[in-house]
Design a binder for this molecule. Structure first.
Ligand code: HEM
Length: 489
């Protein structure tokens, strides 16, 4: 028999019978000496790793990123220097709130994560389809997520809980205007955009720094689902987005996204009625134009969902020389959270897994830990040392120093402007989009049991845009008069 086709245990020992455990006698109990049985059951018992605490449900694919316009002027990032330059990528799209087997038709932001395996190490883009977020400080993240997750008693998501949080968190109004538009349910992963949400810094070879935001625009076009369309699809196929992505790639209909960058000169930082580093605010394209960087093409499905899509670990703090984090307070918290969860979720050596392992060479003195299967073998595992061939730091790669001012403290940002942009977004919607937003909001707010929460929520929408507030109060039979009197006093 062909040696490779022989069924074996994980120890490589040939298996003679894969259907009958060893028993004592014909009817006797099973024997502990049956290594093959115990290995098989014990391995099965450990098949699952903890799912992601958020973004558990996702679909991934491999591809390539091709530079269309050199970004040399703004960043020294090696993978963005030359037109036509190609970098292998792995992208993972996801829903946020519910578990690994949950429907892909729910109203929820969608994750849009791309790992670039660059010649100077990995660079992770970890964004969402919507351009803003609910909150502006990482310290509120566990709260916003708890409010959106199922109730600990009923195990049901409950608008009474998440609207309680949102109504008391007015900076979430802009995100709600996006999430409850039809863009809150993208038709598929192939038909949604992606946004960095946060700004980052790009630094060029001369040490000049600009603030940037990045956007992915699907070449397939943007398509969303109405509530009714989503309900119909969910009844037929709650995996429709995973299926759509897999089938498109399998059929050679490779999805593509153009990557755009927006550049903000640090000198212009104070020229807005909001703080450009606030993750609850968008940078409108007509104010800060998009510049085309390149195109991502996804052209290969995963061979194994668990080894690739489930085991991949992204972190918005995984950056390459020429890209540095901004001072955005949400981003600053995220820089810690991702690799922290991955060391717990996958293990301390998760970066040695093929999907996470950089294509660039890794050389340092980190050793051991659980499953160090790509262990660096040099016995010189300390630095400095007298050995010339041992890896040494290179001062060319020191991060460009950045100015800071002020005192430490738990401080609010100066320009909160919680409602201005939310109103502007509403006014920019077409009549059809405005109607869909009101319909979607009403369908969910109707389920809120506490009248005070409803009133507070509508007041927030009213502050964003008078018409929006009035339409909601009319549909929900809420008398806004006491609130309006209070405002005029
Ligand atoms: C996944 C934390 C805000 C996009 C995750 C995970 C954690 C996390 C712990 C699971 C990672 C894993 O298990 O591998 C946080 C914290 C945030 C925050 C603490 C705020 C302070 C955001 C924002 C965005 C975002 C603002 C979008 C701009 C994503 C995406 C994933 C993710 C796309 C899934 C990555 C994947 O496909 O593996 N987040 N998150 N998160 N987060 Fe966040």
């Amino acid at each position: 028999m062909d040696q490779h086709r022989q069924l074996t245990t994980n120890q490589g020992v040939p298996i003679g019978d894969n259907a009958n455990s060893i028993t004592a006698g014909r009817r006797g109990p099973t024997l502990l000496e049956d290594y093959q049985l115990i290995e098989k059951l014990a391995h099965f018992d450990r098949e699952r790793v903890p799912e992601r605490v958020v973004h558990a449900r996702g679909a991934g694919a491999h591809g390539v990123f091709t530079v269309k316009n050199s970004m040399k002027r703004y960043t020294k990032a090696a993978f963005l220097q030359e037109e036509g330059q190609e970098t292998p990528v792995f992208a993972r799209f996801s829903t946020v709130i519910h578990g690994l087997g949950s429907p892909e038709t729910l109203r929820d932001p969608r994750g849009f994560a791309v790992k670039f395996y660059t010649e100077e190490g990995n660079y992770d883009f970890v964004g969402n389809n919507l351009p803003v977020f609910f909150i502006r400080d990482a310290i509120k993240f566990p709260d916003v997520i708890h409010s959106l997750k199922p109730d600990p008693q009923t195990n049901l998501q409950d608008p009474d809980r998440f609207f309680d949080f949102m109504s008391l968190t007015p900076e979430s109004t802009n995100m709600l205007v996006h999430l409850f538009s039809d863009e809150g349910i993208p038709a598929s992963y192939r038909h949604m955009r992606g946004s960095s949400v946060h700004s980052f810094k790009w630094v060029n070879e001369f040490g000049n720094t600009v603030y940037i935001k990045m956007r992915w625009v699907p070449k397939q076009g943007i398509q969303n689902l109405s509530m009714e369309e989503a309900a119909k699809i969910q009844a037929e196929d709650f995996n429709h987005a995973t299926r759509d992505l897999f089938n498109a790639i399998e059929n050679g209909d490779y999805p593509e996204w153009d990557l755009y960058v927006q550049i903000l000169d640090p000198a212009d930082m104070d020229n807005f009625d909001f703080d450009p580093l606030d993750a609850t605010k968008d940078w409108f394209e007509d104010v800060i134009p998009y510049q085309l960087v390149g195109t991502m093409t996804l052209n290969k499905n995963v061979d194994n969902f668990f080894a690739e899509t489930e085991s991949v670990g992204f972190n918005p703090g995984v950056l390459v020389p020429g890209i540095q984090p901004s001072e955005d307070k949400m981003l600053q918290g995220r820089l810690f959270s991702y690799s922290d969860t991955q060391r717990y979720r996958i293990g301390p050596n998760y970066l040695q897994l093929p999907i996470n392992c950089p294509f660039a060479q890794v050389a340092n003195n980190q050793r051991d830990g659980a499953m160090p299967f790509k262990q660096q073998t040099s016995p010189v595992n300390y630095e400095p040392n007298r050995y010339e061939d041992a890896p040494k730091p290179n001062a060319d790669y020191i991060e460009t120093p950045q100015p800071i001012t002020g005192v430490t403290g738990r401080q609010k940002i100066e320009k909160t402007n919680d409602f201005g942009q939310a109103g502007e977004v509403y006014r920019r919607y077409s009549q059809e989009e405005k109607d869909a937003l009101v319909r979607n909001l009403v369908a969910h707010i109707k389920k809120v049991r506490h009248e005070k929460t409803v009133l507070l929520l509508i007041c927030n929408f009213y502050r964003a845009d008078r018409e929006l507030g009035e339409r909601l109060s009319k549909e929900l039979n809420i008398d806004l008069a006491p609130f309006l009197n209070q405002m005029s006093n």
